[in-house]
Structures are given as C-alpha cells and as structure tokens.
Design a protein around this ligand. Sequence first.
Ligand code: HEM
Length: 519
Amino acid sequence: MGVFLLFQIFFTIATISFSLHFFSTLIFSCWVLPIRAYKKIKKNGFTGPIPSFPMGNITEMKNSMNINVSSSLNVVSHDIHSTVFPYFARWQKSYGKLFIYWLGTEPFLYVAEPEFLKNMSAGVLGKSWGKPKVFKHDREPMFGSGLVMVEGDEWVRHRHVITPAFSPCNLKAMASLMVEPTTKMLDQWATLISSGYPEIDVEREITTTAGEIIARTSFGLSYQNGNKVFEKLRAMQITLFNSNRYVGVPFSKWMCPKKNLEAKRLGKEIDQLLLSIIDARKKSLDIGTSPQKDLLGLLMEGGLVDGRSGKSLTARELVDECKTFFFGGHETTALALTWTLLLLATYPDWQNQLRDEIKQVIGDGEIDFTKLADLKKMGWVMKEVLRLYSPAPNAQRQAREDIKVDDLVIPNGTNIWIDVVAMHHDPTLWGDDVNEFKPERFKDDPLYGGCKHKMGFLPFGFGGRMCVGKNLTTMEYKVIVTLMLTRFSFSLSSNYRHSPSILLSLRPRYGLPLLVKPL
Ligand code: HEM
C-alpha cells in the first residue's frame, strides 16, 4: 500500500512537472520569443498589420484571397500583383514597401524595396543569411539537406562542389538529353490533333516533360532504378501539393498526418533507390567505366568519399542533391515555358518573330546546341516572361547574426520575405508600361531590361544564393521553345480563364488550354 501511494505521488509530481515544462516551453516559444523578436525589429521603426494569436495575419490573408478569386477571368491582364497577393498590395498602401506581418507566431519583415535589399547584402557574407527555419519542416521531404536547405560553411562546401557541374561545357553535353522527351510530347500533341483534339492543356504536359528532363539530367533514367525514382518523386510532389497547412501556426505541422506519413514513406523509398543508383555507379567507376555526363555523374567524378572531404559529397548528400535538382528545377522551368506559351498565344507577332529567328539561327535541321546563345530575341522573351510571371514569386532569408543595414540593425533570427512579384510590377522601377509585355526592353539592357535599380529584377534570386540552375534552365527553355515553334502555332482557347494564382508557385489556376495547329 505504501509503495503504491509513493508511486501515485511520484506519478502526480511527474505529470505536473511535465505539464508545467510543456506549457512554459509552449508559451516561451509561441509567445515570449516571437514578441521579443517583434520588439527588436519594431525598434527600427517598422510597422505593419495587427496580428492575432495564434494565426498572426493568416486569416486576413486567406479572406482577401477569397474576395479576389473571380476577378476578370477572361481578360489577360498582366497587372497581377494585386490579384495574386491582394493582402501585400493592400498593406503596401498603408505601410509602404517595408513592414512587418505575421505567419502564425513568426514575424516576417516584408521587403519590396530594392535599395534596402542592396544594403542588406552589401558587405555581408552570404553565409550570414540562412533560410527561415519555419519552412524547413515542409521542405525537408523534397530537399533533405540539399543546397537549398544547407547553411553556413556547409552551404559553402556544397556550393563549391556543385557549381562546376553547371559549367557551360557540361551543360552542352546535357542538351541532347532534352530533345527526346520534348519530341515525345510534341508527337503526342500531333496524334491528339489528328484525332480531332486541337485543344491541349499545355501546362500539364509541359510539367511532365520538364520532370522527365530534369530526372534525365540529374540522375539518368536509363540507369537501373532511374524510372522508379522519377515516378516516386512525382508521387511525392502530388502528395505535398495537396497538403495545405498554416505555416507558423503552433502545432500545424502535425495537421495532415496522413499526408506527412505518405511523404515520409515515399521519401524513404526514393532515398533507397537513389542510393542503389549511386552504389551501382560507384562500382562501375571502380572498374574504369567512364562516368555519365549527367549532374550525378559529374558530382561523382571527383571521387566519392564517405568522409567529409572538402571537395566531394557523401552518398547521402548526393541523394539530397538529386532530389533538390528535381524539385528545384522542373516545376519552375515548366512554369516559365507555360507562361511563355500564354504570352506567345496572346501576341502572335512575337510568336512569328521567334520563328523567324529560329529559322535564321538554327535552320530546319537538328539543333546545333552551340548556336542557342544566338537566339537573342528568345532570350528577351524568356526574361520578360520571368518578369511578368515569375515562377519563383518570392525569396526568403533569415538573419543568422545581427546585421547592420544603414542605421538599422536586423536582429539575428529575423525572417525576411522579399516580394519579387511586387518589384517586377513596380512602375517606379520599370515605368508606366510596367504591365505590358515588351520583350524589347531587354534589347539595349539584356541584364536588367531597363529597370531603374539592379536589385529590381530577381527571377533567379540574388547574392551568393542565386539559382545554381540558371544556365541549365535557359538552355532547356531555348531547346523546348525551338522544338515547339518549329512544329506548331499556338492561339488562346476560349476556355482559358486568366487567373494566375499562388499554388506553391505562380501558376495558371485553371491550366492553360491552347489551340495547337501543326505548321
Ligand atoms: C525558370 C527556372 C528557375 C527559376 C525561376 C529558379 C529560381 C530560383 C530562385 C528564386 C532561387 C532562390 C534564390 C535566392 O534565394 O536568392 C533558386 C535557387 C536554387 N535553384 Fe533555381 N530556378 C529555376 C531553375 C532551376 C533548375 C533547372 C535547377 C537545377 C537543376 C535549380 C536549382 C536551384 C538550386 C539548387 C537552388 C539553391 C541555390 C542555393 O541556395 O545556393 N533551379 N532558384
């Protein structure tokens, strides 16, 4: 009886201390820490919309989305900032281009001011900026500890190993891997058209093809389990796409447990398959077979070391980089191509100009990849598309130390949300024709398109963390657009409803049905 009583007392004390510890940790991390961070940022004079606990400003953001969902669907207006981000457009009017807003219990410094961006990067080491920890849970299944996720010295090491793999010489060797999947897609379009279906939802088709291309250029599809990895990566993407959680709200990461478990399961299977590919490649390297010219082959070329040598990545790290290339690389490229087709269908004159250029530079035969750089007008069109419909509509950072910007101090831990769409549509940076499709603005100023500030055009991000796949994606874009325009012409279907929306990236909410005609 005495022992039982003692046990009961012990159990009660343990439960009370656990509960006290749990609730004090909860209050500290969900209340005290965020308020402390908020006060520090506010000291610099920033204001912003009033948050509520525990949602921050999320409810207001969601509500304003509902209001805008049905605005002028049939008119192709490129003035998209106030429809895509109605809350930011509204808050900008009240608080300017720098203000604080809250995702759950996480304060974010909103930035749509290029001069501030320039100053916050000037003289600061790239590794002083990390990525907001609050997004890590969602991104972990896709990127693991790949380049997008790593920080500090680890990021420097990964970036040094990976950058050379994307050299122009290596990329040219990968160009041929892009032709076959694109031709397969175009052959399917030809079959559909000849069976009496001239209207094709090109967004879906292009996304699948871009996925296949990035899988081929990252880890190869012909090799053993490559195809299985590709299928599972697609399945994981669909799973994650369907889970919609409230970022920053306490415990929200435990919402959608079924989807989380499914993503975890797929993640484990993908890792195993990729490890088996790496293992098989390592064995063939050991017997003197020459390495494959895809990204994985190039990363392994330096010699696979399991320890943390300065020059190579471990097998585990290679797995994460392959996933990173897939998730970071294919949807962005597919959306750049999708928006391009919308704009070329809307502006047939530009469609014809590009076709003429292709004839002049490439001719009618097979693509000579060394000539892609001479497709100048196509380059302007790509940049203008990325300006008006940036597939990466924002960039984020989190300070890893106190960072001085002019007279202000950005405290360690501050989340930064850079509104790229706002800057790309800002008339004070681009002039009154900001919302017009004018690729020629890149003719005299190929890098910045006449933007008044060098940090005002950021389709691939900025600073040391700028997109590593920029040249790969430019080459892929030119190969695919060339192949498409030499076989077909495109016009807008009356079923198209113009509703650019944020669904992970900036995409056409109702797809992109186009009327496709063989030439
Ligand atoms: C139109 C296509 C693409 C767009 C618009 C795009 C955009 C971006 C943006 C905005 C960033 C973040 C930069 C920053 O935070 O400052 C980024 C980073 C990155 N992108 Fe891309 N990207 C594209 C294609 C690709 C491709 C094809 C690959 C790979 C094969 C790729 C791999 C990466 C990686 C690994 C990073 C992380 C770089 C780092 O943190 O050091 N991207 N990209």
